[in-house]
Design a protein around this ligand. Structure first.
Ligand SMILES: O=C(O)CCC(=O)C(=O)O
Ligand SMILES: [Fe+2]
Length: 296
């Protein structure tokens, strides 16, 4: 690292924090925005999501505003999100973990409505489980890679309103085999893994995650948490004691050595939507993309 970078990097990890991240597979929560400001921004954001004039995927009328998984990647066209994915409090940590050339390759919404079941335990490495094709390819396949997810609470999230759960230190062993594939069931969208039965991907069908080790990640609106997608993660159910939905915004990052959508598929089918990847691109949030397989 040269001196200029040392001086300009204000929000990187300390040595101890980086060690703790490597051990646990997650870090945070970190406060990015004042929680009252965030709630106001979220209201406006939900309106701007309805305007698909510049979104890279077409609107799917059959599915609601947020549950429409084709509402992926709105960091490409929505101004607040364009800035958010490059927030220094995120990027300075990402470069500590992933190196100087970091791409945002995906962003998505995680709503939980009153009464929704919690997200099932899962780990994601290639994201092949839903689309049938690996979506990420790390240069060496002996090991697994996954992606760094930065999950931002757009509303307050508590144990009663479906906050995230992590099992620390589980990010270096995969208990699921995403290549098994799993059918999407639109009737189960509010039930577990947004329409997929993730348990069906378990390497050992009889294995049960040790929930006694799980940590609940309560967050205020405006806070973000950073974790490896290969960390065992899930959420509590929304108990419905308030009428407020919980909403998370997940931005996913890889170093530029990773090829995104290897083989350049023309379409992506996931969560009941098919979208054309014609206008798809990754966004460099630090450094540049030097990988010819990636579109920027
Ligand atoms: O928000 C949730 O309930 C799940 C989020 C998640 O699985 C992810 O961001 O990878
Ligand atoms: Fe996940």
């Amino acid at each position: 690292m040269n001196n200029v970078e040392t001086q300009t990097k204000k929000f990187g990890f300390s040595k101890e924090e980086l060690e703790a991240f490597r051990k646990n597979g997650f870090a945070g929560p970190f406060t990015l925005y004042d929680s009252e400001d965030m709630k106001e921004i979220t209201k406006k954001l939900r309106y701007s999501l309805l305007d698909r004039t510049d979104s890279i995927y077409e609107f799917n009328e059959d599915i609601s505003e947020i549950n429409d998984r084709a509402n992926y990647d709105r960091h490409i066209d929505v101004p607040f999100l364009k800035d958010h994915i490059k927030h220094p409090k995120i990027v300075d940590k990402l470069t500590d973990i992933l190196g100087e050339n970091v791409l945002c390759w995906r962003s998505e919404w995680f709503p939980k409505y009153p009464g929704d079941k919690g997200t099932s335990w899962h780990q994601a490495d290639t994201f092949e489980f839903s689309s049938g094709e690996p979506q990420l390819l790390w240069p060496s396949k002996e090991d697994f890679g996954g992606t760094i997810t930065v999950w931002t609470a757009l509303t307050d999230t508590t144990i009663e309103t479906a906050c995230l759960r992590f099992i620390p230190g589980t990010h270096e062993e995969l208990f699921y085999d995403e290549s098994k594939g799993v059918e999407f069931n639109p009737d189960a969208i509010h039930d577990g893994f947004f329409g997929y039965r993730y348990q069906n991907l378990q390497k050992d069908p009889d294995w049960v995650p040790d929930e006694s080790l799980a940590k609940s990640m309560e967050m205020k609106a405006g806070q973000s948490i950073v974790f490896w997608s290969t960390l065992m993660h899930a959420s509590h159910s929304h108990l419905g004691k308030t009428n407020n939905m919980r909403l998370g915004f997940a931005a996913r990052y890889v170093p530029d050595m990773v090829s995104v959508y290897p083989g350049n598929p023309k379409e992506l089918t996931e969560f009941g939507s098919t979208v054309s990847l014609e206008k798809y691109r990754t966004v460099a949030v630090a450094g540049t993309n030097r990988n010819p397989n990636n579109i920027t």
